[in-house]
Ligand binder design. Structure first.
Ligand code: ADP
Length: 336
């Protein structure tokens, strides 16, 4: 008897900005994928076409950003032999399925998606006229549904607050199955209860858009500079003032990257037995020790473009094999 096939899982990330990932991306998403790659048939898609929804005017910046994402994935521990790491644009089946799904997706579903409304309002507030809000931006959830359904994925890992993002994909899958027959499993959100929101150096959520992120590729002196300027307990002015580690970015980051040792430093901080300078100095060493091997590995990968290409093409071949099988079923179900 053959072993039961492993469940399929699809994860995706958009290459935004330079593509470089920060500690928030690592702890909030990637860390979980690295754990899951052992138990699932995993497809890890860098959704470069999606980046066009907001970056069509700088399309040429997207490919280098995608490579940065891939390098960060692998350097952090995603194993291209265990999970297929690939670019969406390398697997044309995403586009074919997107087109077919777009025909059965009611316009009202797309217009009601909160992220569309938010992006539209943001673009309008920036004075970017109607011409920047594209058909593709409205259709984003439909392309996302195609990304997931083209692998007939059972599961999609999402952060605690993101389960709603999967709802429209589930609706589209149900609608297709009703119209043409059962082709797609209705994918479930795999909610990771362990993920923490990583604070940025200014105390807000770490994000590329807030300029408060520590990147996996930041050199040691940049990490040191960012930590030295980080937000700590505002009422702790002298070393002997009691700290509130829960409200201090430096203490929060220490808890994540020194899970064994942080307690003592937190107690001392609370008791006014250590100062912010010592906290910062120790965190700089902890973070740099953690980031060193990641930085080295990503440097190696980016220094050898042919090797990175080979990895991404290998990932795309595996993804394409699965996607092509789905598309045969889709075409047959629809009579094409
Ligand atoms: P950014 O805010 O930097 O643009 P994205 O929105 O591209 O990040 O997020 C990519 C992934 O990383 C998502 O799964 C998101 O939940 C996760 N993520 C981003 N920032 C954080 C953070 N500060 N803490 C935890 N997870 C995060």
């Amino acid at each position: 008897m053959s072993a039961p096939a492993r469940k399929r899982l699809l994860s995706g990330m958009q290459p935004t900005g330079t593509g470089a990932l920060h500690l928030g991306n690592l702890e909030g998403a990637l860390r979980n994928w690295i754990r899951l790659q052992n138990d699932y048939e995993m497809y890890c898609c860098i959704v470069d076409w999606h980046a066009l929804t907001t970056r069509f005017h700088e399309a040429r910046a997207i490919a280098p950003a995608s490579r940065q994402v891939a390098a960060d994935y692998i350097a952090s521990g995603l194993d291209p032999e265990r999970c297929a790491i690939f670019l969406q644009s390398h697997v044309k089946e995403h586009a074919e399925l997107h087109l077919l799904l777009s025909m059965i997706t009611p316009l009202g579903w797309l217009e009601r998606v909160p992220t569309f409304k938010e992006k539209r309002e943001l673009m309008e507030a920036r004075g970017e006229g109607d011409e920047t809000v594209s058909y593709g931006l409205l259709g984003y959830p439909c392309l996302q549904a195609a990304d997931i359904l083209v692998y007939r994925a059972h599961l999609v890992p999402v952060g605690r607050d993101q389960a709603a993002h999967l709802e429209i994909t589930r609706e589209i899958a149900r609608r297709f199955n009703r119209l043409y027959g059962e082709v797609f499993p209705v994918p479930e959100a795999l909610i990771d209860e362990q993920t923490a929101i990583v604070p940025g150096v200014d105390g807000r959520k770490m994000s590329k858009s807030y300029d408060n992120a520590i990147y996996l590729c930041d050199p040691p002196d940049v990490v040191a500079e960012k930590v030295r300027n980080a937000f700590t307990t505002p009422t702790k002015i002298r070393k002997t003032d009691p700290g509130v580690p829960e409200n201090c970015v430096v203490c929060q980051l220490r808890r994540i990257y020194d899970p064994e040792g942080y307690r003592i430093s937190w107690e001392e901080d609370r008791a006014g037995a250590r100062g912010c300078l010592q906290n910062k100095k120790e965190l700089i060493d902890i973070l740099n020790a953690f980031l060193d091997p990641i930085r080295r590995r990503r440097e190696e990968l980016l220094a050898d473009p042919a090797e990175l290409d080979r990895i991404l093409l290998h990932g795309a071949e595996r993804a394409r094999a699965a996607a092509a099988e789905t598309m045969q079923q889709v075409r047959a179900a629809m009579g094409f």
